[in-house]
Write a protein that binds this ligand. Structure first.
Ligand code: TIU
Length: 221
């Protein structure tokens, strides 16, 4: 079994029982002119993750391994949008309103979709999730169980929000998570650093952290 040199200690990697989980690499979070930038966020902090994710995804596909993509968003009728989530932040423009790339975080709108650099291939499951965690109100757990997946290699945005929430949910459901530090990002560099520390502290309380090149080396022949 390949071992990945990781923090806080080596990760026993079982590619056949692993899924690559790419979280919320959506145009509204990453693209200049999108919802994230409209809120005053520095999207370059997220855009630096695109190239490492692209390289990893290419190697992962080449090795014939299982990949799942997620998108945060809501039904066009907003029936699954908690009024509290819409109201929080007190922004003039919020989820469901017309934004720079269609209605903000609404399924089917251009801004809600995944960036072209990492676009899912036919046959790669896409999980539409209404919350920050990818397990909440989705069929992710069933999809993983049917495939015999026990390990998640986690990438995407943002480190302290949807990535951390999902890793915590996965941890409580018995999955081992390896988070790839160069493939996750936050609008806030200090939250990114602390978000990774929180995962690997206390002997790997939620999982492991490593750079993506080590996973690429383990799956490339
Ligand atoms: N995907 C995800 O992290 N959703 C967010 O809203 N993140 C923020 O950092 N705002």
């Amino acid at each position: 079994m390949p071992q990945i040199n990781a923090e806080p200690y080596a990760f026993d990697f079982e590619p056949a029982r692993a899924a690559l989980l790419i979280i919320d690499m959506q145009r509204d979070f990453l693209e200049p002119g999108g919802f994230g930038e409209m809120l005053g966020n520095d999207v370059s902090q997220l855009r630096r993750t695109i190239e490492p994710n692209r390289r990893l995804l290419a190697a992962w596909r080449e090795a014939g391994l299982f990949v799942i993509h997620t998108r945060e968003g809501h039904r066009p009728d907003l029936a699954d949008l908690p009024p509290e989530k819409k109201a929080r932040g007190r922004s003039k423009t919020s989820i469901g309103d017309p934004g720079p790339m269609g209605r903000i975080l609404v399924r089917g709108e251009p801004g809600h979709d995944i960036i072209p650099e990492l676009y899912p291939l036919p046959g790669e499951p896409v999980i539409d999730k209404p919350g920050k965690g990818a397990f909440y109100a989705t069929d992710l757990a069933e999809i993983l169980r049917h495939r015999g997946v026990t390990q998640l290699v986690v990438t995407g945005v943002t480190t302290e929000v949807c990535v951390n929430t999902t890793v915590r949910e996965a941890n409580d459901r018995g999955f081992n998570c390896l988070v790839l530090e160069d493939c996750v990002g936050s609008y806030f560099p200090e939250f990114h650093i602390m978000g990774l520390k929180m995962i690997k502290a206390q002997g790997g309380i939620f999982g492991w952290v490593a750079p993506s090149e080590r996973v690429i080396a383990a799956i490339s022949h």
